[in-house]
Write a protein that binds this ligand. Structure first.
Ligand code: TYM
Length: 333
């Protein structure tokens, strides 16, 4: 039997190579495997957990949708929609929020990072964000959720919430307990400027990340400037120890070439970094620049994008509202 896949990406601008390698590239692979049913969501309700300019949000919803399409997600094969068009997500989230425990949410490291020192001023939405994420997944009976490493804890919470709901209301297996799909080695792409920091949309330095909308020149320039170290090119995987920048660049190279880290090291062992960086630029340009070009093209046709989202949200809404209806019956409404 095929897998039921659900995943989401926030429309908060600056989609980057980390989002691509950690998530979107895998979405496309899963979509193209036989018998899988895939749902990919632009999670705009998650985006508003921090302040958004409404006009920019609208542009970013379309840009994230364009990035899905440009990367190869096909609306004929997968459901593509934005969360706010399907009200069942908000309803489901409320019901699951009454099952989830404060103690569980208090452990979420992403909330602590995002809220920073002054967590009294963080929105309630930011705090209960992982409950909405659980609703996203559980409303579709997703069996597998492809994400980057940073979402692992949130997925574990989704599993806990599903199990507690089933237990509390004595409905074994009603909510399906989802499995995370996290690619070993390639699930945490780091900043090009600091191999100990995650590549992130919010890094003030644009040189720290390759955006999915970068031009060829920008890609080449950023890789040229990417940090390495003064030691010779590694000879084997052990040589990567305590060399986060080199490990990261090799990870990017390996993932885009669909080969193991070991094979990439063998390919360049004995050579110098400039040769490696040249090949790295070539593969990033080859894989990312066509996406960038297509995003630009798609963004000229808002009607097309809005239509994809509308059609997708009707399909998604049919599934999610059915599940919410059953949840309501179980709760006694
Ligand atoms: P978001 O929008 O922050 O990121 C989207 C996806 O990209 C992955 N990612 C990375 N992977 C590798 N290296 C990186 N540097 C990197 N940065 C980001 C993320 O792990 C994610 O898979 N809460 C989620 C969105 C969400 C969701 C869901 C995901 C909402 N509902 C249901 C799965 C299922 C988020 O904020 O992702």
């Amino acid at each position: 039997m095929g897998k039921k896949i659900f995943s989401g990406v926030q429309p908060t601008g600056n989609l980057h190579l980390g989002n691509y390698i950690g998530a979107i590239k895998n979405f496309v692979e899963l979509q193209n495997q036989k018998d899988n049913n895939c749902v990919f969501c632009v999670v705009d309700l998650h985006a508003i957990t921090v302040k958004q300019d409404p006009k920019t949000l609208k542009d970013n919803i379309r840009e994230t949708t364009a990035a899905f399409l440009a990367s190869g997600i096909d609306p004929e094969k997968s459901i593509i929609f934005n969360q706010s068009l399907v009200s069942a997500h908000a309803e489901g989230s409320w019901m699951l929020g009454c099952v989830a425990r404060m103690g569980w949410l208090n452990r979420m490291t992403q909330f602590k990072e995002k809220a920073g020192k002054d967590k009294e001023k963080a929105s309630i939405g930011l705090y209960i964000y992982p409950v909405l994420m659980a609703a996203d997944i559980l409303l579709y009976d997703a069996t597998h959720v492809p994400v980057g490493e940073d979402q692992k804890q949130h997925l574990e919470l989704s599993r806990d919430i599903a199990q507690k709901f089933n237990l509390d209301f004595n409905v074994p297996n009603f909510l399906k307990v989802p499995e995370p799909l996290i690619k070993k080695n390639f699930s945490r792409i780091m900043s090009l400027k600091d191999g100990t920091k995650k590549m992130s949309k919010s890094d003030p330095s644009d040189l720290s990340r390759i955006n999915l909308t970068d031009s060829k020149e920008e890609i080449v320039n950023k890789i040229k400037k990417a940090k390495t170290d003064t030691r010779p090119f590694p000879e084997n995987e052990k040589d990567l120890n305590k060399r986060p920048e080199v490990e990261n660049l090799l990870g990017i190279y390996s993932s885009l070439n669909n080969q193991s880290l070991k094979n990439s090291i063998n390919e360049f062992a004995g050579k110098n970094f400039s040769e490696f960086k040249e090949k790295l630029s070539e593969i990033v340009v080859e894989k990312i620049y066509p996406i960038s070009k297509e995003i630009n093209k798609l963004q000229k046709d808002n009607n097309f994008i809005d239509d994809v989202l509308k059609v997708g949200s009707e399909k998604a809404g049919a599934i999610a509202s059915e599940k919410v209806k059953k949840m309501k019956e179980i709760l006694g409404f």
